[in-house]
Design a binder for this molecule. Structure first.
Ligand code: PAF
Length: 281
């Protein structure tokens, strides 16, 4: 496995692969089983998998956790090597962003500024800026993203469509810990007590899924059920609900679930940690 730190090395490596199929798994490191499932999926369908490990400063707001975001490169490299990754691209901030780097891509007007984008208005511009650089540098046939960050996947897919970029985005299922909590690099911030409280999130997802399976399709009713479940969970730590929202794949609100075309998106703060979960329904 190659470990590449410069753009020059990455370009030379990509050149050496010629026409062989390439899958890209963009990450910010601190790899967990969710990332590993993306890597395995890429390895199954491509001759080569490139994993990028880069904590991208442009997608963090001013009061966010850029400086404390977990960084575990040695461990990440060992995990990638075990999974047969061809190359890990782990550049410095200076390598990715020249001092006169200015061009950025505007996220879609509505999709980029609701939900996560409402509380974090510069977030998706930062994501798109780094993601398009990674696409141009690695020229993948497919790029793998987790469905847990549903809004991110949908916005990246829209960028691919709008700019006619020649690759496919593969959205992979959410991976959960044994207790049901969706895996996230930020779960390490939770104390044992906060983690216990956070379990009301997967419980809510489960409850919504089973209500839909029983034929409850009106989103007002489902939203009430979600809020009741979150509120009634005997929480040891106060939790704050940012949103519990039903929408279609353009993130427009919906009054009724249309099977296969709808989403339930949930964002909750437990202690000081913002946690996301969702159901593609
Ligand atoms: O999902 C993430 O980890 C990041 O937003 C991504 C896609 C790697 C861009 O920095």
């Amino acid at each position: 496995m190659q470990v590449l730190q410069s753009i020059k090395e990455l370009k030379a490596f990509r050149e050496s692969l010629g026409a062989q199929s390439v899958g890209l798994v963009p990450t910010m490191g601190a790899l967990h089983k969710g990332h590993l499932s993306l890597i395995s999926e890429s390895s199954r369908h491509n001759a080569h998998t490139i994993v990028s490990v880069f904590v991208n400063p442009t997608q963090f707001g001013q009061n966010e956790d850029l400086s404390t975001y977990p960084r575990t490169l040695e461990q990440d490299l060992a995990l990638c090597e075990n999974l047969g990754v061809s190359a890990v691209f782990a550049p410095s901030v200076e390598e990715m962003y020249a001092s006169d780097d200015e061009i950025a891509i505007l996220p879609p007007k509505m999709m980029g500024y609701v939900l996560e984008g409402f509380d974090r208005p510069t977030h998706f511009a930062g994501v798109l800026q780094v993601v398009i650089k990674l696409f141009m540098l690695t020229r993948p046939h497919k790029a793998y993203f987790g469905k847990k960050d549903a809004q991110q996947v949908l916005i990246v897919q829209k960028m691919i469509r709008d700019l006619h970029l020649p690759l496919e985005i593969v959205a992979c299922p959410i991976v959960r810990d044994d207790d049901g909590l969706a895996l996230s690099s930020r779960n390490v911030y939770l104390s044992a007590q906060e983690r216990e409280s956070a379990l009301c999130i997967p419980r809510t997802i489960e409850r919504i899924e089973s209500a839909i399976n029983q034929g409850v399709l009106e989103t007002k009713e489902l939203e009430n059920l979600a809020r009741q479940t979150l509120d009634s969970s005997k929480s040891l730590t106060p939790i704050h609900i940012f949103y519990a929202y039903f929408c279609d794949h353009s993130l427009a609100p919906i009054a009724r679930i249309k099977r296969g075309e709808s989403l339930f998106l949930l964002a909750v703060r437990v202690g000081r940690t913002r946690l996301l979960d969702n159901l593609w329904c």
